[in-house]
Ligand binder design. Structure first.
Ligand SMILES: Cc1cc2nc3c(=O)[nH]c(=O)nc-3n(C[C@H](O)[C@H](O)[C@H](O)COP(=O)(O)OP(=O)(O)OC[C@H]3O[C@@H](n4cnc5c(N)ncnc54)[C@H](O)[C@@H]3O)c2cc1C
Length: 387
């Protein structure tokens, strides 16, 4: 019998596996991942952003740990002295732009971030233009620049954690969880598509956008749903100064990528469901006009590539749900509902779950407020910095 079985081997499941392995119990851990190519997993389809600019202290602290891990990732994940494939962490910065309506929130977030030691700077429109001459500041009253924020290659992060976890003794099995057997007060075993029954002492639901589906197999209600998000890649004729990841007051974001830029925006009207089709009209009608107004050099662009991936949206408050199934079958843990910031939180969540599973409590960072209790109490803990 395994001690711990993790359902889902994306960046979150693999970061948990790594931290358990690093704590010396890798041989007692299995990860069940139905698709080792990760074709539809959220991780490789992510925009790769890592930033300290959130409103909740827990989210800021999780990203600070994520930042430290990703900065030294190749060395930390080395196997037999051989570094992991580069995550290419580019600390190009994150610049949030606020309209008059968003100013108070930007300033309030800034105070929380500074109190936690995040290197963030408030800029007025003239200072924004002086740093980034390509950006037009019409309708903008302030900006918040996190110069140490940046982005990574998310697929390399996933593969680095996975390779290191395996080296530390964790086994990965290519199989799908199709059923969960339980007694009154605990989960006993998983039923796998291969026909196998897998018993264990503890189970972790790290199934990303499918976490709600997996929880339902255990009899647990999770307010987590898959929601499509699209990313578009374009190139410009002109070469611009190095730009950070910019978030316009409309929520539209863009950042450098290779020879061009990627961009996107969360559509608040997007229905829940598994959908990987790209809606090119959305780029033409909703994204491109904002890009062209904010950076005139983006008026004459060629959109060359696009993809869709799934956010695992927590409908309660757009924040992760981390910890045991409080009030239910308490050997079933969840690490899901990241609502678009799971890549940067994965290292901290991996560490937190390893602590919960091995020590029975959070040791380095108290994430109790992100537990399932708030779902039971219908008491949202909202994050103001969702992109
Ligand atoms: C377009 C887009 C942009 C994003 N940008 C950012 C960003 O800039 N920064 C950031 O931090 N985050 C970002 N995210 C979010 C981030 O990608 C996710 O939060 C993160 O990848 C979640 O990792 P995960 O391991 O939980 O999920 P996944 O990577 O989806 O892994 C879950 C795994 O579970 C497996 N699974 C599911 N059900 C079963 C089952 N029944 N049996 C076995 N296996 C199963 C799946 O095959 C999958 O591989 C973005 C996401 C998208 C879609």
């Amino acid at each position: 019998m395994n001690d711990i079985v993790i359902i889902g081997g994306g960046v979150v499941g693999s970061a948990i596996a790594y931290h358990l392995g690093a704590a010396g119990v890798g041989a007692r851990v299995s990860v069940i991942e139905r698709d080792p190519s990760y074709e539809f997993a959220s991780t490789p389809r992510s925009a790769g952003g890592v930033r300290q600019q959130f409103s909740l202290p827990e989210n800021i602290r999780m990203s600070q740990y994520g930042l430290a891990v990703y900065r030294d990732f190749e060395t930390l994940m080395a196997v037999d002295g051989e570094p992991a494939a580069p995550v290419e962490f580019r600390q190009g910065g994150y610049l949030f732009l606020a309209s008059a309506a968003g100013r108070a929130a930007l300033e309030a977030n800034h105070r929380v971030q500074r109190a936690l030691g995040a290197p963030v700077e408030l800029l007025d429109p003239a200072a924004i233009r002086a740093r980034f001459p390509s950006i037009v500041t019409e309708g903008v009253v302030a900006g918040s620049l996190g110069a140490k924020d940046g982005w990574i290659d998310p697929h390399a992060a996933l593969q680095g954690f996975r390779r290191k976890a395996r080296d530390l003794g964790v086994s990965y099995r290519a199989d799908a969880v199709v059923g969960i057997e339980h007694a009154q007060d605990r989960i006993e075993a998983l039923r796998l598509a291969s026909g196998e029954r897998l018993a264990a002492g503890a189970f972790v639901n790290a199934a990303g956008a499918w976490a709600g589906e997996v929880a339902a197999m255990a009899g647990m209600a999770l307010p987590v749903e898959p929601v499509r998000r699209m990313v578009f890649y374009f190139e410009t004729r002109e070469t611009l100064e190095p730009l950070p990841l910019v978030i316009d007051p409309t929520g539209t974001y863009f950042r450098p990528e290779g020879r061009g830029y990627i961009c996107g925006r969360s559509n608040p009207d997007e229905p829940a469901g598994v959908n990987f089709e790209v809606d090119y009209d959305w780029f033409e009608t909703a994204i491109w006009p904002v890009l062209a107004a904010r950076v005139p050099a983006f008026e004459a662009i060629r959109m060359q590539q696009a993809w869709a991936g799934l956010y695992a949206v927590n409908r309660l408050d757009a924040n992760a749900i981390i910890g045991p199934w409080t009030g239910g079958r308490e050997n079933f843990y969840v690490a899901c509902g990241f609502s678009g910031h799971g890549l940067q939180q994965a290292p901290a969540v991996g560490r937190a779950l390893a602590e919960l599973l091995l020590d029975g409590r959070f040791v380095t960072l108290d994430l109790a407020r992100l537990g399932y209790r708030r779902v039971l109490d219908a008491a949202p803990l909202p994050e103001a910095g969702i992109v």
